[in-house]
Design a protein around this ligand. Structure first.
Ligand SMILES: [Fe+2]
Ligand SMILES: [Fe+2]
Length: 327
């Protein structure tokens, strides 16, 4: 199975590897089916820009390290419910968010790596909530590298799941961080750390961020982690960048937006070329990434011409680069 852009889908050679869900999280198309060309445009209109497929190229790629779809959509549901209650000025139950935080923490702790399901794999009405779940997962992966304790992981996950909750309270984008903070700091059982994550997630260490232009140490580490995760998720989902390009964007932000050690932990926690990525090996062999384990920048690849499997972690001089011509 591999992840592709919907625009690259070919009904002659590919079947769905995962179901497609609508805005109510109901299954629109089941795994194993093909997508009729007429339906493709409708799915794009629904905001579904990424799909998982099985085809000749994806043979031998098991996305074991991906969060399973039911766990992902359940988390999205709980995050959506919380946001909608806040929007409607009703009492929202923080315990559900804490439970989601705990579940995601266990998923991250129990694995060497976790492949992201992009928000664009689900209908656009759910993108904000899928984004929040993904930012929480990416934050947890980074914090795990930094050796965080369970209590700090929990505060981070709750803050990341609700980092954009202010968007439910104001239409002014520039005010959403502060609105979120002002909501969260009055929620009982909420750690003030989680509230500050929402407050600071658009700040930058060089003092050019928003809303307060804080700099250096004032930009607390947990909020930096959420900030880097948020930037990465936005580069993939909003800008449509492939993972390796989003990763370059993150590396370019080192010591400008975020402290170097945060960026470094992120690059060691999230693979540059996730399984299923089309790459060129040694400047000449079109290949596909089958596995990432020992080294997050040096995956195991299968050379497509002869099905040869090469572990790039063991041949450090062999180059890897993205295959920009493949779909
Ligand atoms: Fe935000
Ligand atoms: Fe965000």
């Amino acid at each position: 199975m591999r992840l592709i852009k919907m625009t690259d889908y070919n009904y002659r050679t590919m079947v769905l590897g995962q179901p497609i869900y609508d805005s109510k999280r109901r299954i629109l198309l089941t795994a194993g089916r093909t997508i009729d060309p007429k339906i493709k445009d409708r799915l794009l209109d629904l905001g579904i820009s990424y799909i998982f497929v099985e085809d000749e190229v994806s043979k031998g790629i098991e996305l074991d390290d991906m969060l399973d779809m039911p766990t992902w959509t359940e988390a999205i549901k709980d995050v959506q419910e919380y946001h909608e209650l806040v929007r409607d000025n009703k009492k929202a139950d923080i315990r559900k968010i804490q439970e989601v935080a705990k579940k995601l923490t266990n998923e991250v702790k129990g694995r060497v790596m976790l492949v992201l399901i992009p928000s664009g794999a689900i209908a656009k009405e759910l993108h904000l909530y899928a984004h929040s779940v993904n930012v929480a997962i990416l934050s947890l992966l980074t914090a795990k590298k930094l050796g965080y304790s369970d209590i700090r992981l929990k505060d981070l996950a709750v803050g990341a799941l609700l980092h954009d909750v202010g968007k439910m309270l104001t239409r002014d984008y520039d005010k959403h961080s502060e609105s979120g903070f002002n909501h969260l700091r009055f929620v009982s059982q909420m750690s003030i750390v989680s509230a500050h994550i929402a407050y600071q997630h658009h700040e930058k260490v060089d003092g050019t961020g928003s809303p307060r232009k804080i700099a250096g140490k004032d930009f607390i580490e947990v909020a930096q982690i959420c900030g880097v995760a948020n930037l990465y998720e936005n580069l993939i989902t909003k800008e449509g960048m492939p993972p390796h390009e989003a990763m370059e964007g993150i590396m370019a932000a080192s010591d400008i937006y975020f402290d170097h050690h945060i960026v470094q932990s992120f690059t060691h926690a999230v693979p540059t070329y996730p399984p299923g990525t089309r790459v060129i090996v040694d400047n000449q062999y079109p290949s596909i990434v089958t596995k990432v384990d020992k080294h997050f920048q040096r995956p195991v690849v299968k050379i497509l011409a002869d099905d040869r499997v090469v572990d790039l972690a063991e041949v450090p001089t062999v180059m890897i680069k993205p295959d920009l011509t493949a779909s």
